[in-house]
Design a protein around this ligand. Structure first.
Ligand SMILES: *Cc1c(COP(=O)(O)O)cnc(C)c1O
Length: 384
């Protein structure tokens, strides 16, 4: 890693993946390291710092260095085989009996895991609307709550939790704050700088950006005992990302700043235009002044409000389902953050118990021409 000119911006460092050049060939793209094992020194030590493939891989570490830089993470970053593997490693580092407070509106699969599996691990999990700081304050039990987990903007309503305030509430009670920052991206929000202890990303989404890698990431503010336990859980449970995926992720991240800015710009334009559409009852996007989280978002997000928005249709659930069936340019699929725009009727995939309204369509804005995106959606809504 030869990159740390103090004046170079994150954008420059990310574009060059920290400026790493292969020392033998001088290649500007580092090779993919696939070895599962490494030669020991004559005295049996491992002076290279690489012992075995499950914890140690140079390609993974190179991508982790980019993430640690982006998130300003003193403890560094860890890549996992998925976003879920990254998130669950944090909860597994807790002790049986620990109390956890988590956002009620959050990534569906994680909420499901917390409500079912995490309780079998002995965790007591309470879901609250973390955008309501009084509700968060009431839910946190000093001495008993060990982790506050927030997702902001939160999927699929894009509610905004005030990270700095949540950190204060968590810390005052002796708990840590972890933030799922997937839909904000490191370009638009810096959770650790705002006081969070751990930031999590589904790197599957905008970090990779090309819908061809499943990956997860954690970055830590401090290499304390809890963080070291997370490191050891990844190592022992073998949840590390594979080298090819790490290479693809690093290739994707080189254009992160361009993509995130363009996608957030298009999301904002779509939110504004869809707000005036006769078939749209409501647009949910934190960039809109009427969004309940707008003021907090304007304070804690930088350079844009992210690539995700939702619309609720005047025609209700049937119109939403028919609209998703009629789009052409938008792709009817789950997931988010790729260069191609995706549309999804969330309530039908989340099932009973979801806080997602049935008339809602979730939109992940890609990099296509924003006029084409609007026209396609406009035609689909009018035909539905
Ligand atoms: C996709 C996603 C996850 C889970 O990531 P996977 O890579 O699919 O396991 C977690 N949180 C959010 C906000 C996500 O969008």
């Amino acid at each position: 890693m030869s990159a740390s000119h103090p004046l170079w911006s994150k954008r420059s460092l990310t574009a060059q993946a920290m400026g790493h050049v292969d020392p033998i060939t001088k290649a500007v793209v580092p090779p993919i390291h696939v070895a599962t094992t490494y030669i020991r020194d004559e005295d049996n030590a491992y002076s290279s710092g690489f012992v075995y493939g499950r914890p140690d891989n140079a390609t993974v570490r190179e991508a982790e260095a980019v993430l640690a830089m982006l998130e300003e993470a003193d403890a560094g970053a860890l890549l996992f085989s998925s976003g879920m593997a990254a998130a669950t490693a944090v909860f597994q580092a807790l002790e049986p009996g620990d109390h956890v407070v988590a956002s009620k509106v959050m990534y569906w699969a994680l909420r499901n895991w917390l409500a079912t599996e995490a309780t079998r691990w002995g965790l007591s999990v309470e879901f609250v609307e973390t955008d309501d700081l009084d509700a968060l304050r009431r839910a946190v039990v000093p001495g008993r709550t060990k982790l506050v987990w927030v997702e902001t903007p939160s999927n699929p309503l894009w509610t905004i939790t005030d990270i700095a305030a949540a950190a204060e509430i968590a810390h005052a009670a002796g708990a840590r704050l972890a933030v799922d920052s997937t839909t904000a991206s490191p370009v638009h929000t810096r959770p650790l700088a705002l006081g969070a202890d751990i930031v999590m990303h589904a790197a599957t989404k905008i970090l990779n950006g090309h819908s061809d890698v499943v990956a997860g990431a954690l970055a830590g503010a401090k290499a304390d005992a809890f963080w070291n336990r997370v490191v050891s859980i990844r190592k022992m449970q073998g949840a590390i990302l594979g080298p090819f995926e790490a290479y693809l992720l690093m290739r994707g991240m080189r254009t992160l700043h361009l993509r995130a800015a363009a996608q957030a710009r298009s999301a904002m334009l779509l939110a504004e235009r869809l707000g005036d559409h006769p078939k749209v009852a409501r647009v949910l996007y934190p960039g809109l002044p009427q969004h309940p989280g707008h003021d907090v978002a304007a304070r804690q997000m930088e350079g844009g409000f992210g690539y995700m928005l939702s619309i609720q249709l005047t025609g209700g659930e049937a119109a939403a389902v028919r609209t998703a069936a009629r789009v052409g340019l938008w792709k009817r699929a789950t997931s988010l953050g790729g260069v191609e725009s995706l549309i999804e009727h969330r309530a039908s995939i989340e099932g009973p118990g979801t806080p997602c309204p049935p008339d809602l369509l979730r939109l992940s804005t890609g990099i296509e021409d924003v006029n084409d995106l609007f026209t396609d959606l406009d035609e689909a809504m009018r035909a539905a």
